[in-house]
Design a protein around this ligand. Structure first.
Ligand SMILES: Cc1ncc(COP(=O)(O)O)c(C=O)c1O
Length: 405
């Protein structure tokens, strides 16, 4: 019997949550109301009592955070080029221009060793991203940000449930932005939440969330600031409440599956694995880098033929046409570009079984273990001795598959 298609991710929504959604739908109050307030309160508990406001997307939370941090025209906030394009788009949206800092080849997150030198008077804010749920080191990050007196807007869209130095992401720091998009570790179908620092007025955040409207007890209203239409619905919040209850369980399951990948992954495929971090990362995604020279499109199609879904998160965003218009070009951020060309997302989600990991590994062997794609060992036997194979040497054609004579 053929097995069902294994997607790279799939949300886990339980029957209790589905019933809670049905209750909201029957209640007569389906947009922002008591469920949103309950969701915000539960998130606030999770974040150690910090103030949290819910939004209809993680993009909206970032944009409002930038407005609250007073980032606008003339400012050049710093972020990573290896992220979902939303992180940079919101910078343009508020009239500012992103400055990218290349990523650390190991963590694939913004390279903290390069951050210091990139900060200028117009920086005003740093927007780090915890790619795949592996957090940027918060101690080092805030040490740098505080030294330069710049704000931090943590794009933690992918890292709810993760930790840094023993602290839950969201429980410390300046602004922290979560996404609850369908692919995230917990979802509201679409949605987001912003953790606010103490110096920010939550009422202003609420006005920026909904048309700038301020209501008075006598039924009157005023609009003193331009707000968006970014409110979460009670239908979505009911899902979020059901998901939050299971966050710890989901994270534990994801860590277990990631560990299995490390244990069961064939060693000779030339894949570069992410850091084996089972303490801090929430394993939002499991992302090896393909051997250089592998045709990613062919690989994805071959995996699909074997019933395995593979994603790409993400190509380096400064090479998108929109960003090239601002002068960004190939070679600006070589580490991000290299990773962005080779990265693939393999299936990892809580309801995946242990044996699904074997299915993925078997498919990887079938797709990468053949002579055409087989990675050449760095040193191979040749004639009577050994020769060094350059790092960028991708073709097997010059040597027999085993690297022998
Ligand atoms: C790193 C990052 N930032 C921002 C976002 C935007 O979140 P949303 O899709 O909820 O608007 C996402 C979502 O994929 C993301 O992964």
């Amino acid at each position: 019997m053929t097995q069902p298609f294994l997607p790279f991710t799939r949300p886990t929504i339980d029957e209790e949550t589905i019933a809670a959604v049905a209750d909201v739908l029957r209640s007569g109050w389906i947009t922002s109301g008591p469920k949103v307030q309950a969701f915000e309160a539960t998130l606030s508990d999770y974040c150690g009592g910090r103030t949290v406001r819910a939004f209809n997307s993680g993009t909206a939370t970032l944009e409002v955070a930038l407005r609250l941090a007073e980032v606008s025209r003339g400012d050049t906030p710093i972020t990573t080029p290896l992220t979902w394009v939303a992180t940079a788009n919101v910078i343009l949206e508020v009239g500012a221009m992103p400055v990218f800092v290349d990523v650390d080849p190991r963590t694939r997150n913004i390279d903290l060793d390069r951050l210091d030198a990139a900060i200028r008077p117009s920086t005003k804010a740093i927007i780090p991203v915890d790619l795949a749920g592996l957090p940027v080191d918060r101690k080092r990050l805030y040490e740098i940000a505080n030294r330069h007196d710049v704000r931090v807007i943590e794009d933690a869209a992918q890292s709810i449930g993760a930790t840094s130095h023993g602290k839950t992401i969201g429980s410390i720091g300046d602004f922290v932005s979560f996404s609850f998009h369908a692919n995230k570790n917990i979802t509201t179908t679409e949605g987001g939440a912003l953790v606010l620092p103490d110096d920010i007025d939550p009422k202003l955040c609420e006005r920026l969330r909904l048309q700038g409207v301020q209501r008075f007890p006598d039924g009157g209203m005023d609009v003193d600031v331009l707000g968006g239409k970014f409110n979460l619905t009670d239908v979505a919040a009911a899902i979020g409440l059901g998901q939050l209850k299971r966050l710890a369980e989901f994270t534990a399951r994801r860590r277990h599956l990631a560990r299995l990948y490390f244990e069961r992954m064939p060693q000779n495929l030339g894949l570069e694995l992410p850091p084996a971090d089972f303490e801090n990362s929430n394993w939002h995604m499991f992302q090896p880098l393909l051997p250089r020279g592998t045709d990613r499109g062919v690989f994805i199609a071959a995996m699909k033929d074997r019933g395995i879904g593979v994603g790409v998160h993400y190509p380096a965003l400064h090479l998108f046409s929109l960003y090239r218009q601002f002068g960004f070009k190939e070679g600006d951020f070589p580490v991000a570009e290299d990773i962005g060309r080779r990265i693939v997302t393999l299936p990892l989600f809580p309801s995946m079984t242990d044996s699904d990991v074997d299915r993925v590994c078997d498919a990887l062997i079938a797709c990468l273990g053949n002579p055409i794609n087989e990675r050449v060992p760095r040193r191979v036997g040749f004639m009577d001795g050994e020769i060094e194979v350059p790092d960028d040497f991708d073709q097997i054609s010059a040597f027999p598959p085993e690297g022998g004579n």
